[in-house]
Design a protein around this ligand. Structure first.
Ligand code: NAD
Length: 362
């Protein structure tokens, strides 16, 4: 099997962490008999330096021609980088918004996993998190409040601002199906989060999600109000498998869920469209403060590559091999500086990649 992967190394630590993820993908290919063909693409600051814009039409076309895209992070230090002297639509982050829109990436997946070995980084009490937790936040990414009409008007000297929140049943159905499909590959539970006691858009959300659930009898569906969900995430995060929610609620809850893991360098993410195509990237940014030092944690990007194998290529066994290798490296006490603790062995970005490769086997 040949996997055509577009690679956007990006800015800051991006090139360092993506190089390690490619190393791990190549090792997995060697062991399981598939070949990764990479097409290097420029985006963000790296694209501004060469083309004067953060994303060219050629890059978009090349991304569309790939089966999936693996990306580092983009952007620089807003105070010192010349990229931020440009007008907002020409800055690195504009490329990110544009590529998501061009590729119609409507489903954002952010796993929040607390490994037992890293429980010291979790800000919650030990009795709440004993044994770790493993949830997937599934956020609708192209509808809702952030894409509604907005206006600010002054009437009789009083300023009034309006933002519209709209969802149609098709938008809800496609993300719900994705959520249930993913739950089928996990512990078969979906918690759909809404505000159905107040909002019409949430009542439609709940109705459509319940209709979709009828096609997945093996999956347990639970409806939860967003305010309760925000509390439950810190009260008992182990109860969650897949959290399925709309754009703004997902924006807030996914950040809350990632904070309770305590380790930004460990958190993967994926954005998917209606086909098998996806864009896979770490949840963190380009960390300009540590770029070029060889100390960045590559695990979030490596786990994003594992998500790519699972969701874009249906290579579940290979994805699991990578996830198990990451767990094993942590169990054996190897750490990059961001997750370092007493008694453990500190290693560099590339040593972490090498260690993970050494644990990948049939
Ligand atoms: P950041 O996530 O880059 O950094 C926050 C802190 O976490 C820093 O101390 C950094 O050193 C640390 N960190 C992040 N990833 C790490 C890793 N893999 N290993 C070890 N430590 C890590 O957030 P920021 O400083 O707010 O943003 C820096 C730049 O990244 C900005 O230009 C921002 O716009 C951009 N950004 C890009 C994306 C993206 O590409 N999707 C997302 C967020 C931020």
């Amino acid at each position: 099997m040949r996997l055509n992967i577009g690679v956007i190394k990006g800015d800051g630590i991006g090139p360092e962490i993506v190089t390690e993820a490619m190393k791990v993908l190549d090792k997995t290919g060697e062991v399981y008999g598939h070949e990764c063909i990479y097409t290097q693409l420029l985006m963000g600051g790296a694209s501004i330096d060469v083309h004067g814009v953060p994303l060219t039409d050629e890059t978009i076309e090349a991304a569309k021609a790939s089966d999936a895209v693996l990306m580092g992070s983009i952007g620089g230090d807003a105070k010192t980088s010349p990229w931020y002297q440009l007008e907002p639509s020409k800055r690195p982050e504009a490329g990110l918004l544009k590529i998501r829109k061009e590729l119609n990436l409507f489903a954002n997946l952010r796993p929040a996993v607390l490994y037992d070995e890293l429980k010291g980084a979790c800000p919650l009490k030990e009795e709440i998190t004993d044994g770790g937790f493993d949830m997937m936040i599934m956020r609708e990414l192209t509808g809702g409040l952030y894409f509604g009409e907005r206006k600010t008007v002054e009437v009789d000297g009083v300023m009034t601002a309006t933002d519209e929140l709209t969802y149609n049943e098709n938008e809800i159905r496609r993300i719900a199906k994705r959520g249930f499909d993913i739950a089928m590959k996990r512990r078969k539970k979906v918690t759909s989060v809404d505000k159905a006691n107040v909002l019409d858009s949430s009542r439609l959300w709940r109705k459509v999600v319940e209709e979709v659930a009828a096609d997945y009898p093996e999956v347990t569906l639970e409806n939860m109000l967003v305010d309760n969900c925000a509390m439950q995430l810190v009260k008992d995060p182990r109860q969650f498998d897949v959290i399925l929610t709309e754009n703004m609620f997902g924006d807030i809850l996914s950040d809350e869920a990632s904070m309770v893991t305590g380790s930004i360098g460990m958190l993967a993410s994926a954005s998917l469209n209606e086909t098998k195509f996806g864009l896979y990237e770490p949840s963190g940014g380009s960390a300009p403060d540590i770029a070029g030092k060889g100390i960045a944690n590559p695990i979030a990007t490596i786990l994003s590559a594992a998500m790519m194998l699972r969701f874009s290529f249906d290579l579940d066994q290979e994805a699991e091999a990578i996830e198990n290798a990451v767990s094993q490296v942590l169990k054996d006490g190897y750490r990059t500086i961001d997750i370092m603790s007493e008694g453990k062995t500190q290693i560099s970005t590339s040593e972490m990649g090498d260690r993970i490769c050494s644990y990948i086997h049939l």
